[in-house]
Design a protein around this ligand. Sequence first.
Ligand code: ADP
Ligand code: SF4
Length: 689
Amino acid sequence: MAADPYAILFEPVNIGPVTAKNRFYQVPHCTGSGWLRPRILADLRATKAEGGWAVINTEYCSVHPSSDDLPYPSASLWDDRDIRAHALMTDKVHAHGALAGVELCLGGARMANLSTREVALSVGNLPNLAGNPFQTRQMDLQDIRDARRWHRDAALRARTAGFDLVYVYATHGYLLSQFMSKSINRRDDDYGGELKNRVRLVREIIEDTRDAVGDTMAVAVRMSAEVNGGGGGDGNPLTGETEEIFGMLGELPDLWDININDYSLEMGLSRFVPEGSLEPYVAGIKALTSKPVVSVGRFTSPDTMASQIRRGILDFIGAARPSIADPFLPQKISERRFEDIRECIGCNICYTGDAKGVPIRCTQNPTVSEEWSRGWHPERIRPRRSDASVLVIGAGPAGLEAAHALGKRGYRVMLAEAKRTLGGRVSAEAGLPGLNQWARVRDYRVGQIDKMDNVEIFRESAMTAADVLETGADHVAIATGAAWRRDGFGAEDLSCSAALAPPDALCTPDDIIAGHLPEGRVIIYDDDHYYMGSVIAEVLRAKDRDVTLITPADVISSWGAHTYDRWRAQSRLMEMGVGICVSQRLRSFDGRTVRTACTYSDREAETAADALVLVTARQPNDALYHELMKATQHKGQPPPLSVTRIGDCNAPAIIAAAVFAGHRYARELEEEIDRDNPLKYDRVFFQDG
Ligand code: ADP
Ligand code: SF4
């Protein structure tokens, strides 16, 4: 009998004094909750432990008020009153047989302490590296002693809170990276100059931590594979001083957690970065240490994971996003239920939670951050309340998720879709450059529905109000989506004041997706500010159109800053030769010339163009809903018990919002929900004690 190729993923691995039950390792990742929302956080982490992850880490955990990153919510261990919040998580993680880790953090010049108003401390007198007009004080030897003490005290609190692993966080540009940096560290004392000195504080903190926790906890270090280097991946990926650093520190910790300098690659969008992209960078690390090594790569394929271990690249499969999209990924692999894995699509909507200081959301997993607030479990759902039947109209992300979750509840579901293809906007957009993984939103749900006898799909069934009533369904969910507007209406032009003509020279993303590409010189006007404008520019430029993207914002894809779309999108458009014109509001188009006005000076500008693509706002496809509401007022047929609009047909938004809407509809159908107060609000509780 052939050896089981996946068994290797379920081998236990020692991390110093503790043992991980398998190789699935949730690396530290932000949740947008941190110390602000301890209960939401504890249940989010606990759900992953339940799903089979062997190690569950916190996000970066500040050790002192002089490392305060608000409005980005970190965890904290500033004093003993923080312990209670962490113990909530560690207890729950342990209950599922997993290890809990904490990533202690000294922020240095990356944190401006906007909330605590402490002066930030760093290796020198540096500008704030996150763009705030605050500088740091250069740490003197007493400051260094203080920082070591804060870190040590936090490690002891972490032990009291029940953690099994404690991190020394020496990368991502925070304080310890600032000390190690050749360009930033200009000190002439024992902490500056030659590498041995620049690494001194890292070494001291590793030793302090070990000394404080003894063999009661494992000590992990998070480090870049490219310290003072960069641009590896050319067969000799260990650039800079990494090799020398491992010569000095390689055997000190119990585990190395390796990342790289380029965040847009480390946390790469599927639009730009494939699975396993860090391999060329981390491949050499294991030769430099006998300690276990973990790294990430948006791993969702069990074959890729097993191969990483078998080829000796990694000891642990590190994951942030795949563990958010599917907290039960390890369990599903262990049960060989590969078709049940809800694969991360690499859209980084989860990252927007941290960027905006709210609990993280996920396109694939509508239950994330709702485990405590709404009592939603990613795998379990309450059985149906009655024998009622449900008609879901539209098989986009909202309709598919509603049908899937209703099916799981045991309802009889009819899913009617006008087209032959299921998936709505995700199928349409998956054909655009770089967005093919959007199709996973469809494929996971269709795969699940196909296994259910109680959900029937009717393709090529464009429903009218009469058709709906004829089905006799007890409940009707209308998930008919939205269409891009062609009248210029958008945040910058709520009164449609721009004079736009002729109609055949105006297009929308829907036209381009349908294959109707304009000819000649094309202007894309982007008042949407997410990915669609730049993706459409890519489509047209690849077909040799002369393309200029105009936006009223000061940068292209401004909302894409929260997902990391923005920078790579702009680089790509520039490489492709797309013209970029910012801070311009659309005034008119007559088929030959686009007129815009500067958003600051109102000065007008003209650009010659044969066609104008409007990426501004979408119009809900809600005609069926209104038709149905009217029809149900006539006597004759008994009206359905409920008719509800969900997803883009209700209010156009991101795909994650449509999936959430579908899921919520299914969860709440025939349930007693306090509509005014549908969820529990987490509140910080530790100040009181
Ligand atoms: P959402 O993001 O809210 O799920 P989408 O636009 O992705 O919305 O999907 C809407 C789906 O509804 C599309 O697949 C579309 O073909 C389908 N649809 C629209 N109108 C009807 C209708 N009258 N009957 C059946 N399906 C419809
Ligand atoms: Fe993956 Fe997107 Fe979910 Fe983040 S939001 S975990 S990138 S699917």
